[in-house]
Design a protein around this ligand. Structure first.
Ligand code: MG
Length: 373
């Protein structure tokens, strides 16, 4: 394989409503689209940190700098032959998992395009439809939250997830159960509680939740194990599940019964597959989370979620759920709570140049010296 050029396009797309979690609020979505041109094919990836340092220390600016200063020049110079070689190189470089994911997923799509097959087949998935769930941020009022859940009911999402934090947990859950009965329901705390809250968190058992996601700090695996030993609701790890070693340690300690796998958090699809495999070996079911990413990253997550051990609905939602416009054609669509991957090869969703241009913040092109054309 000969890499001709790699382009980076930083886009910023307004959200249809602000997204608020326990760490802060965003009103726009930043994504850096990475396109790797090789042998007449184009593999497309997305590096998708949240604006500010919302979910992690990585920001759109820090990821942009890492890509243009270090990662992309190294990839151009070393000319990896396939996604496996690219991933070896990227793991050696280290740094922001968002930046690594942006490049690695582009190479994974190139692998799929060279085999003339859809990405999910390259990853080892079989189905082309996956279950998806509705994810709700924190709202100003419970009424607003309930109205928002109502608004999305017609798409038939397979479960509802709400963000919680101290002071916003039992009451909204109580009202949701009152209004929507026994719908599949889960909560995500994004690290908002401490070990002092374990007695309080135990009381969430009465809401019959599918899981409680990342209640405690990222590094507090022992605290999560303490909580899991006294709560019936399965604990799911998100922020803590950064790599195979941490996931293995967490499962051994009894810190969780479920793992949320995010392509962006673990630094790409190969790493996501590795975490999936370790969890499967250890008998722990997983599901596919999102930042949420724009359409390219969202679609990659759908492809990933076709693998066998992805047991719970993915957080990927319809494109119209968060973005005033999405960067892909067709947009991600939800019917009866399912997303069906269109027929095609690679990502199967085509990048929309017009939308990229419309919301472009900056762009940079890297041309290979090996280029023969
Ligand atoms: Mg989460």
């Amino acid at each position: 394989m000969s890499i001709d050029r790699i382009s980076l396009t930083h886009v910023r797309i307004p959200l249809v409503e602000p997204f608020r979690i326990s760490n802060g609020v965003v009103t726009e979505k930043d994504g850096i689209i990475v396109r790797v041109h090789a042998d007449g094919l184009v593999g497309c990836g997305e590096a998708s940190p949240m604006g500010g340092s919302f979910y992690s220390v990585d920001t759109p600016d820090s990821v942009w700098d890492a890509l243009r200063q270090t990662i992309v020049p190294a990839v151009i110079a070393r000319q990896p032959e396939d996604a496996a070689q690219a991933n070896n190189l990227l793991q050696g470089l280290g740094g922001s998992p968002f930046a690594l994911a942006g490049v690695e997923t582009a190479f994974m799509e190139l692998d799929a395009l060279r085999r003339n097959e859809p990405l999910f087949r390259t990853l080892g998935g079989k189905e082309k439809s996956v279950e998806c769930g509705l994810a709700m941020g924190i709202y100003e009022s419970i009424d607003e939250l309930l109205r928002s859940i109502d608004r999305h009911a017609d798409l038939g999402y397979k479960r509802v997830k709400i963000k919680i934090q101290p002071g916003w947990d039992r009451e909204p859950l109580h009202e949701i159960r009152k209004r929507f009965g026994s719908i599949p329901l889960m909560v995500d705390a994004n690290c908002a509680y401490t070990r002092q809250d374990i007695d309080h968190l135990r009381t969430l058992d009465e809401f019959d939740l599918m899981m409680i996601e990342q209640p405690l700090a990222r590094e507090d695996l022992d605290g999560h194990a303490m909580l899991q030993s006294v709560i019936s609701t399965p604990v799911c790890l998100d922020e803590s599940a950064e790599n195979i070693d941490q996931v293995t340690e967490a499962i051994r300690k009894g810190s969780c019964k479920i793992v949320n796998i995010k392509i962006q958090r673990v630094g790409g699809l190969a790493n996501a597959l590795a975490v999936h495999d370790v969890c499967a070996e250890m008998g722990v079911p997983v599901w596919a989370g999102t930042m949420p990413e724009l359409g390219i990253g969202g679609a990659q997550t759908v492809h990933l979620a076709t693998l066998a051990n992805f047991t719970f609905p993915t957080d990927v939602e319809a494109s119209t759920r968060w973005f005033v416009e999405d960067i892909i054609d067709p947009a991600i669509d939800v019917h009866d709570g399912m997303i069906t991957i269109p027929v095609g090869t690679g990502n199967c969703y085509r990048l929309r140049e017009d939308i990229l241009e419309k919301y472009s913040v900056r762009e940079e092109l890297f041309i290979s010296e090996h280029r023969t054309a």
